[in-house]
Design a protein around this ligand. Structure first.
Ligand SMILES: Cc1cc2nc3c(=O)[nH]c(=O)nc-3n(C[C@H](O)[C@H](O)[C@H](O)COP(=O)(O)OP(=O)(O)OC[C@H]3O[C@@H](n4cnc5c(N)ncnc54)[C@H](O)[C@@H]3O)c2cc1C
Length: 459
């Protein structure tokens, strides 16, 4: 027998639960489906656990540097990986239970556990149940990409998800992929005490960023003892003794890097392959992402796609913003659009890289006359007081409108300080709003007006 609802949400990631609760509150009888862990990637195997582990790794790092601050620790710093993992599991558990409770107590919301698959544009099969609704919202997220590397089927390997179960210290972690997720794990495990090598096929790390940013991040991580192999073409892996050997080059020596464990961190792909989208007629692009318009509507009326699955963002904040757009347009008769969103994100190395808007390369390519301001973190009082002066801050401004085009802040507390810039960009206000404001001393953000007071033409 078909069970009728007013709305069905597939997936409990960063958009689904908030949307289901709002739909329920609007009086719609709503079903929300989850096949694995409530809360999705961010809560269970993404942002929350990684940032919790990064906090443990930072504690170890600061403890090792204790003597520089006059704090004497007699004896070496030891890491108890079982406790590190238990702490992570506790923090994740709190969030996971929080979302579960929220959904279980939301009016008009029914949580259905199981894998959902379209049988038609209005019906979803979950185990032996058939659910029907005139409005369906897809929030199925993504999963780590397992690349086609020779020998991979013959070795045990880890992905970001598998890393969540580790309660021991890998002797030598070889990270394949020198981008956002790979670098966070690389620094974290180096600080826990592993030897770490990062293998990247491109000529530089986080290749989406400006070369200056990539170089500064590489120098910072090399300073902590992480080894890099860039331009690693001709990848292959094989079992060697108790570990693995990663073949990194067909010409250049050394050709192999031997490690105890391999982490694959080469990107993510959307969970669209097992959703029965063809039965609903929902169009996907060549990379498997669901095609959506500016208001998250798919090619089929009555079906929306939110979060990583639509390829229009790859972050918790973009997934949540998708929810806000859909809810506002559907329930509040607003006209919010994804194209109004400013790209913002952080790489949570320590210190972090925080980004907003365009890179310098993108500004140059746009041909706009632009101004640029840059300041090394060595000039920031807060950084000197904390003994953490790595990095720099750079802001790009439109020379005609005085609006901020983009910013890259690499340094302590950059992930918080960037919001002074993001909010002015979102308001469409000129950078002079920041230079005229009074900021709190001593902070990182207080130096942004000083930086903006010394803008030069971008050559
Ligand atoms: C290691 C790592 C670190 C990260 N760190 C950050 C960070 O610091 N900041 C940040 O902004 N982002 C971070 N991200 C990205 C962030 O986790 C994702 O962008 C975010 O979770 C996307 O949310 P979503 O709503 O698209 O779906 P997801 O959170 O991916 O959830 C989708 C849910 O749908 C379920 N599902 C899938 N198919 C079905 C089906 N057919 N039936 C029923 N259920 C289904 C899945 O089981 C899953 O629970 C990180 C990701 C990783 C992997």
């Amino acid at each position: 027998m078909t069970e009728r609802f007013d709305a069905i949400v597939i997936g409990t990631g960063q958009a689904g639960p908030a949307l289901a609760v709002r739909l329920g509150a609007s009086g719609r009888k709503t079903a929300i489906l989850e096949r694995k862990r409530i809360g999705g990637t961010c809560v269970n195997v993404g942002c929350i656990p990684t940032k919790t582990l990064i906090a443990s790794a930072r504690a170890a790092h600061v403890a090792r540097r204790g003597a520089e601050y006059g704090v004497v620790i007699d004896g070496p710093v030891r890491i108890d990986m079982a406790r590190v993992k238990a702490r992570k599991d506790e923090v994740v558990g709190q969030s996971n239970r929080g979302v579960t409770n929220w959904l279980n107590h939301a009016p008009n919301v029914t949580l259905v556990e199981g894998h959902g698959r379209f049988e038609s544009p209005r019906t979803i099969r979950v185990n032996d149940r058939l659910l029907e609704a005139p409005e369906i919202f897809i929030n199925t997220g993504g999963r780590p990409t397992v690349p086609d590397v020779k020998g991979l089927d013959g070795i045990p390997f880890l992905t970001s998800t598998g890393m969540m179960d580790i309660d021991f210290l890998p002797e030598h972690l070889v990270v394949i992929g020198g981008s956002y997720i790979g670098l966070e794990f690389a620094q974290m495990y180096r600080r826990f005490g592993s030897r770490v090598t990062v293998i990247e096929m491109a000529p530089r790390l986080v290749a989406r960023e400006d070369p200056e940013v990539s170089d500064a991040i590489k120098a910072m991580l090399e300073g902590e003892g992480i080894a890099f192999r860039l331009n690693a073409q001709c990848l292959a892996v094989q079992k060697r003794d108790a570990g693995v050997a990663v073949h990194v080059s067909c010409e250049q020596e050394p050709r192999d890097i031997a490690g105890s464990h391999v982490l694959l961190a080469v990107g993510r792909e959307p969970n669209t392959h097992d959703l029965g989208l063809e039965a609903a007629g929902v169009a996907i692009n060549a990379r498997g992402y669901i095609d959506v318009d500016d208001e998250l509507r798919t090619s089929v009326p009555g079906i929306w796609a939110l979060g990583d699955v639509n390829g229009r963002g790859a972050f918790t904040h973009t997934a949540y913003n998708d929810y806000e757009i859909v809810a506002a347009n559907l329930l509040d008769h607003a006209r919010r659009r994804i194209s109004d969103r400013i790209p913002v994100y952080a790489l949570f190395t320590d210190p972090p890289l925080a980004r907003a808007g365009l890179t310098e390369r993108e500004v140059r390519a746009s041909g706009k006359p632009a101004l640029v301001g840059k300041m090394m973190m060595t000039r920031v009082g807060r950084a000197r007081e904390r003994g953490e002066t790595q990095g720099f801050m750079q802001v790009l401004v439109d020379a005609e409108t005085k609006k901020i085009l983009g910013a890259a802040l690499l340094g302590i507390e950059a992930d918080e300080a960037i919001h002074a810039i993001i909010d002015v960009m979102a308001a469409g206000a000129p950078y002079t709003v920041i230079t005229h404001a009074v900021h709190i001393h001593p902070t990182v953000a207080e130096l942004i007006p000083t930086l903006l007071g010394n803008l030069q033409p971008l050559q």
